[in-house]
Design a protein around this ligand. Structure first.
Ligand code: URP
Ligand code: ZN
Ligand code: ZN
Length: 491
């Protein structure tokens, strides 16, 4: 019997902070040796001339998720995790979404039943909290956090999901007390509603008006307010899917003040623009997501934010709706923008897009690429160092990447079920060729190599980033019990 189940030989092993040409030995799903001229493995992969990176951790995606008004995403856990794996990912963290009146516990059980028989790579869930009742805050959330659901998302917009500021503070205080990270969809609901009413009343209902209704200032105002709420509750926060320079500037300002505010952006804000929503007929509906893609100046601002550390992660926000009556066009073939399902697919292209447009074009280096696509997600969401890096003792989650392979994006080559790609026709350089999750070869030679249901659920630790702000800010007295048990008199 060999010393190793698998040896990946001679690749350029690259993490967020190091790079060297060496072999990786894997036993029982774990990296057990990194060095030169390792002994033989039962299976060997020649990675000469290729990069060997930590498997991608895709930490913002909507999989087999029912919207508040009953619309199901096109992907289930099988198609989405296969698509994620072909895109270089070994872990996904989608959402278990609570709708008003739901018990969070029952929601989590539902998602377990969906994922367990289907996932081909490892997975956990963030919780979406839309109904923070005393029972949810006092009993369900604390128990679920203890069981490894250590992050949740809240919405400041969308009629059926949004929380008001008072509810946000309740959720933030719970997160602080029990050690969870809160992700925020920051857009001002009333601004969007007010503009939308005026657009609809004047007959301006084509897809491009979706972008106009989601004004840039709606994002920056809500981002500013979310940060203020985080400051009051003394709790770290991640602002997700940031689309504007103004939103980015709010995050930067908070970080400069020493606050633990983190930022995420997504491919649709780096590679698509508002012009895509203005394509012929209903084609623009394919690009409707919230917040919407902006313009070239916003794209440049987001790249600056990536380079200067304002953004810790780039996630796909994969929200796949087919371009038919089961998805985007659920309200008919020619709906007003208010009745187009929001979201774009992209789980398979997140890493290739960022590699080609970021690393190959010289906007970021390879270490930043690893940090943005894997390491920081693992750290943010309590999976590091098991996931997100390559070292002795970590899960053998590896993506073997050909940095020179050139391909043109064709939806026919992808594995999701959205039915289209917003990036169709784009020439990309640098693609994953072999994907290994816990030592199992999941993808090689362009074929899936594992069975549905072979992915494992991940109970997650407290985020590395979710430490109370009082530890960092001298003007906050840590002796005062800010947050969960705050009394009005304290202010
Ligand atoms: O339009 C989007 N992004 N839909 C997905 C839901 C969300 O808010 O992330
Ligand atoms: Zn969102
Ligand atoms: Zn999302």
């Amino acid at each position: 019997m060999s010393e190793y189940d698998l040896v990946v030989r001679g690749g350029n092993v690259t993490t967020a902070s190091s790079q060297s040409v060496c072999d990786i030995g894997v036993k029982d799903g774990v990296v057990t040796a990194i060095g030169r001229s390792l002994g033989p493995g039962d299976r060997e992969i020649d990675a000469t001339g290729l990069l060997v990176l930590p498997g991608g951790v895709e930490a913002h995606c909507h999989i087999e998720q029912k919207s508040a008004f009953g619309l199901m995403t096109a992907d289930d856990f099988e198609s989405a995790t296969i698509s994620a794996a072909f895109g270089g990912n070994t872990t996904v963290i989608p959402f278990a979404a609570q709708h008003k009146g739901d018990s969070l516990r029952a929601v989590v059980e539902d998602y377990h039943a969906r994922a367990r028989p289907k996932a081909v790579i490892d997975y956990g869930y963030h919780l979406i909290v839309s109904d923070p009742t005393p029972e949810v805050l006092g009993q369900e959330l604390p128990a679920l956090i203890r069981e490894g659901f250590t992050s949740f998302k809240v919405y400041m917009t969308y009629e059926l999901l949004r929380l008001d500021d008072h509810q946000m503070l309740d959720v933030l205080a719970t997160a602080r007390r029990d050690g969870a990270l809160v992700m925020v969809h920051a857009e001002n609901y009333d601004m969007i509603r007010w503009i939308t009413e005026r657009l609809v009343n004047t007959g301006n209902t084509a897809p491009k008006f979706h972008a106009i209704s989601h004004a840039r200032v709606a994002e920056s105002e809500a981002t500013h307010r979310a940060i203020a709420l985080s400051t009051l509750a003394d709790t770290p926060m991640l602002i997700v899917h940031v689309s504007t320079e103004e939103g980015s500037a709010e995050i930067r300002r908070a970080q400069d003040a020493g606050l633990k505010i983190y930022g995420e952006t997504c491919p649709q804000y780096l590679f698509l623009t508002v012009d895509d929503l203005d394509r012929d007929g209903m084609e623009g509906a394919k690009f409707c997501c919230s917040p919407p893609p902006r313009d070239a100046d916003a794209q440049e601002a987001l790249w600056r934010g990536i380079r200067n550390g304002t953004f810790q992660i780039v996630s796909s926000d994969h929200a796949p709706y087919s371009f038919d009556s089961n998805g985007k066009l659920y309200a008919g073939p020619n709906p007003p923008f208010t009745k187009i399902a929001n979201g774009v697919p992209g789980i398979e292209l997140r890493m290739p897009l960022l590699f080609s447009e970021g690393v190959v074009k010289g906007r970021i280096d390879i270490h930043k690429f690893v940090e943005l696509t894997s390491t920081n997600a693992a750290r943010l969401y309590g999976l590091f160092p098991r996931k997100g890096t390559i070292a002795v003792g970590t899960d053998a989650d590896l993506v073997i990447w050909d940095p020179t392979l050139e391909r043109v994006v064709r939806y026919a080559d992808l594995h999701d079920r959205a039915g289209y790609s917003p990036y169709e026709g784009k020439h990309l350089t640098g693609w994953p060729v072999t994907v290994v999750n816990r030592g199992r070869v999941v993808v090689s030679d362009g074929e899936l190599q594992v069975q549905a249901g072979s992915g494992q659920f991940l109970a997650r630790d407290t985020s590395d980033f979710a430490k109370p702000l009082g530890q960092r800010l001298p003007e906050v007295d840590p002796a005062r019990n800010f947050g969960a048990d705050i009394l009005p008199g304290d202010l």
